[in-house]
Structures are given as C-alpha cells and as structure tokens.
Design a protein around this ligand. Structure first.
Ligand code: BV8
Ligand code: ZN
Length: 273
C-alpha cells in the first residue's frame, strides 16, 4: 500500500533531482472549472466524441464552438487556487531548492484553462500537453495562423450561448459564418486544444524530461487519457518514485509510493511547502 507519511515524502523531495508533475482537471476543480469524468463531470453531460474530436468539429463546428466558448468564458472568470500556486512556487528554483536542493521541475498539465501561471525563467517548466483554450487556430492548411485570443465573447455569434450550454442545451443552428474566423485569411478557426485522436504537444520534449525524472507527482487526474497516463509508470519502472494527489482513489494509485487523498488545494501546499 502507498504511504501517506508526509515527513517521509519531504525526505524523498530532499533527495530528488529531476521532478515532474502530471496534472489533470482536479487541479482546477477548486477554481470552479468542472472535471470530465467524476460527479458533475463534463463527459457525463456532453458527448466527448461529438465535441472533442476532429470528426465532431467537421460534422458540426457550431456545437463544438459553443462548448469551447462556454469553457473559455468559465476559464476567464476563474482564478488560480492554492494548488496552482503551490506548483508555481515550487517551479521557482529559489523556493524549490530549499525543499529539493539542486533539483529541476516540470509541470505537464492536461488542463487547457491557462490557470497554471507560466514559469518566470526560460526553462520549459510548464508544458500544456493538450493545448490551450485561448489559442485559436486557422483550419486552412494554406494558412495555419495561430492567435492567442482572450476576447469575451470570442465573436458576436456565440455571445450569450454559454448560458444555454450550461443548461445542457446546444444550438445546432448557428451558421458557420457567425463562428470565429481566422484573423489573417478569414477561414473558419478552431479551438487550439488537442482533441481525441490528435497528437498531444511537445511529446519529444516530455519524453526527454520524463526519461530523467526520479519523482513523478500525479495531481488531480483520473489517469485515463493517453499518453499522460503513462509517465508515472515510466518513472517507476526506472526506479523512480510516484506520489498521487487525488480527492479519491484513482487508476494506478495502488502502485504509487505515496498517496495523499483529499483536495489537492489542501494536500499540495502542505506537501510542497
Ligand atoms: C493520442 C483537451 C496518439 C480538450 C483532452 C479510442 C478512440 C480514439 C482515441 C483513443 C481511443 N482509445 C485510446 C485512445 C487514445 C486517447 C485516449 O487516451 N483515450 C482514452 C480516454 C480512452 N488519447 C488521445 O487520443 C490522445 N492522443 O493518443 O495521440 C499518440 C500519442 C502519443 C504517442 C503516440 C501516439 C489525445 C488525448 C487528448 C484528449 N483531449 N482534453 C479539452 O479539454 O476539451 S482529454 C480529456 O481527458 C480531458 O479533456 C482531460 O484533459 C483529460 C484527462 O482527464 P483528467 O484531467 O484526468 O480529468 P478527469 O475528470 O478524468 O479526472 C479528474 C480527477 O481529478 C479525478 O480523478 C478526481 O477524483 C480528481 N479530483 C477532482 N477534484 C479534485 C481532484 N483531485 C484532487 N483535488 C481535487 N479538488
Ligand atoms: Zn487563416
């Protein structure tokens, strides 16, 4: 059984040299962003295959844009919670080196909400493996323009639809011409997130970092979406340690070295403080 001994975990941190964290929706739960698979989770109310696949977008971009407009609006209103802050403080060498001397740290987040503050230095301390809600991509192969866009609403055609989406009511009739367009060429734009069946971001960089890691923190994720679900086992297979921070029991946590059950906005600040 995994240990929940915080003093032993602090000893482990002190001797760890290359630390990674793999985070999921539970990290942002206390900021008011719904998770996907648990009680009240989005994939219980909405169909992931219609709303989070390239095929779903080709079939009905209007439904998909309403879903992502709703999530953009929610993320714009949200604030980082103590778990985000604990991770971002830990990413600062001046703070981390007091707890884990001479260590490196990279946060690999599956979240697309932008609530994990970017690192202050030039190192790849934050990797958003599933992209970002506020990146808007051109769908034209001849253009491929990418824009960082936090406008609320992103376009007039979607204004106010977030209230209907929240009630589970998506309007299939919004004309494609009223959806977000590329600022450069005018083609239909799409949300800059990684959908099921698409290649996640920065996989080579992550593989390189994970191959050196001797400690993997698994924070607020059900560990269902590949490839994020693989990194903890990889670290452990090479003799490294795994510490899981989750509200409830989750996939693979029996094999973890440490398990801190409870809200990560409470457990992480204690563990990394
Ligand atoms: C890939 C971004 C090739 C968009 C997401 C069949 C068909 C098609 C594909 C597949 C298939 N079978 C397998 C696949 C592969 C697929 C996959 O893994 N599917 C699984 C789910 C069946 N993966 C892919 O397609 C990926 N691409 O494989 O490319 C490849 C890759 C590598 C190498 C070679 C080839 C791309 C996946 C990207 C999908 N996009 N999101 C968007 O957000 O809209 S994934 C989706 O799951 C979510 O969006 C989220 O990002 C991700 C992970 O979910 P979690 O974050 O874990 O959330 P969840 O709700 O499940 O869990 C929350 C947890 O938090 C719970 O455990 C809960 O207890 C806990 N919690 C709650 N509150 C708290 C808390 N814990 C602590 N404190 C709290 N307060
Ligand atoms: Zn374009």
């Amino acid at each position: 059984m995994p240990s929940s001994d915080i003093n032993a975990f602090h000893d482990l941190l002190r001797s760890s040299k290359n630390i990674i964290a793999v985070a999921g929706a539970g990290l942002s739960a206390a900021s008011g962003i719904p998770t996907f698979r648990g009680a009240g989770g989005m994939w219980r109310k909405y169909n992931a295959m219609s709303l989070a696949t390239p095929e779903g977008f080709s079939k009905n971009p209007s439904l998909v844009w309403q879903f992502y407009h709703y999530r953009r609006e929610a993320a714009l209103k949200a604030q980082p919670n103590p778990a985000h802050i604990a991770l971002s403080s830990f990413s600062l060498p001046s703070i981390r080196h007091q707890i884990a001397p001479e260590s490196t740290f990279t946060l690999i987040t599956q979240n697309v909400d932008g609530l994990s503050p970017p690192a202050a230095d030039e190192q790849p301390r934050l990797i958003e493996i599933h992209g970002r809600l506020f990146d808007v991509l051109c769908t034209s192969r001849d253009c491929d323009h990418v824009e960082f866009n936090t406008s609320s609403p992103i376009c007039e055609g979607l204004a106010g639809t977030e209230a209907h989406v929240a009630a589970g009511d998506l309007d299939p009739e919004i004309p494609i011409t009223s959806l977000p367009r590329c600022a450069k060429c005018g083609s239909l734009a799409r949300p800059g997130v990684v959908w099921f069946g698409e290649m996640p971001h920065k996989l080579d960089e992550i593989d390189e970092i994970a191959a050196k890691a001797d400690l993997c923190l698994v924070v607020g994720t059900s560990s269902t979406a590949r490839p994020s679900t693989c990194y903890a086992a990889e670290v452990q297979d090479r003799g490294g340690k795994v510490a899981v921070f989750n509200l409830d029991r989750s996939k693979g946590d029996r094999d973890a070295d440490y398990l801190f059950l409870g809200p990560c906005e409470e457990t992480l600040p204690r563990a990394l403080g």
